[in-house]
Ligand binder design. Structure first.
Ligand code: SAM
Length: 247
């Protein structure tokens, strides 16, 4: 109970402090050689604010076809993104991650991908409501996010009230968020965030994805980080949220 009260206070503090990265005036500042090197892949990679010029027009002007629009935050080395795009050629997919070197490594692999149903953003997940217009996203994936385990770093966790607001803006009525984490404490935090909001229904919440929901879509694949956690015997925590918009 004490722990739960602490989380509630933290959630309240976080929801009253708007992270700079969410604001309209935010500018990326960095001096990283991989920013320039990513230009080699400008056919499908966008950096910093470049992607935000396409808000509202991803399907019509970027992909030039009407399709289910999926977004993955924290694509990492891109195993899920590459597999999912290959197995689902009819969807449009946007992967994003803010690490430079990892983004460059993934861009090199994406350049060899057999399909062209994706774009990749070197960008922050906090920017989704500037990158996409209202109701533009059908599905959001968020797998094995950095857990920021120390209490003083909890405010860096992406999944909290401002993110729920941003996600609610961009996700279409009935759209879904799929989440997986290895981290018990972050899963508990997510549970608190989910319980404190009314924009999404939680239709699946498990502390043992493969033990309790072996048939679920989320149990049908393992990301790069997930394989490491499974090898260590860690049970995968997962959530599926459905937008309540229009209900
Ligand atoms: C532990 S890795 C997981 C990568 C991949 N999803 C997987 O399961 O193999 C977390 C990734 O999320 C990215 N990330 C963390 N916070 C982010 C944010 N706010 N915006 C974009 N990417 C973020 C990190 O750079 C890292 O590549």
């Amino acid at each position: 109970m004490i722990r739960s009260a602490k989380y509630k206070i933290l959630l309240w503090i976080d929801s009253t402090m708007t992270d700079k990265a969410y604001s309209k005036e935010f500018k990326y500042t960095h001096n990283n050689p991989y920013h320039d090197r990513l230009e080699e892949f400008s056919e499908f990679v966008m950096r910093d604010l470049e992607a935000e010029a396409h808000a509202g027009n991803w399907n019509s002007q970027v992909f030039k076809r009407d399709a289910h629009l999926c977004v993955e935050i924290g694509s990492g080395y891109g195993h899920f993104m590459m597999d999912y795009c290959e197995k689902n050629p009819k969807i449009n997919f946007i992967g994003l991650d803010y690490r430079f070197k990892r983004s460059y490594a993934l861009a090199k692999k994406l350049a060899e991908h057999p399909n062209d149903n994706f774009r990749y953003l070197r960008a922050k997940g906090e920017r989704i409501h500037h990158t996409f217009a209202k109701d533009e996203v059908d599905t959001l994936f968020y797998f094995f996010p950095d857990p920021w385990p120390k209490t003083r770093h909890h405010k860096k966790r992406l999944f909290q009230a401002p993110f729920i607001e941003a996600a609610n803006q961009v996700i279409a009525p009935g759209g879904r968020i799929f989440i997986k984490t290895d981290h018990d404490d972050y899963a508990e935090w997510m549970r608190e965030v989910i319980a404190a909001q009314d924009k999404f229904d939680c239709v699946m919440d498990t502390s043992d994805l493969r033990g309790e929901h072996p048939e679920h879509f989320l149990a049908s694949f393992s990301t790069k980080f997930e394989k490491i956690f499974i090898e260590k015997g860690i049970k995968i925590k997962a959530f599926e949220l459905v937008s309540r918009k229009g209900l």
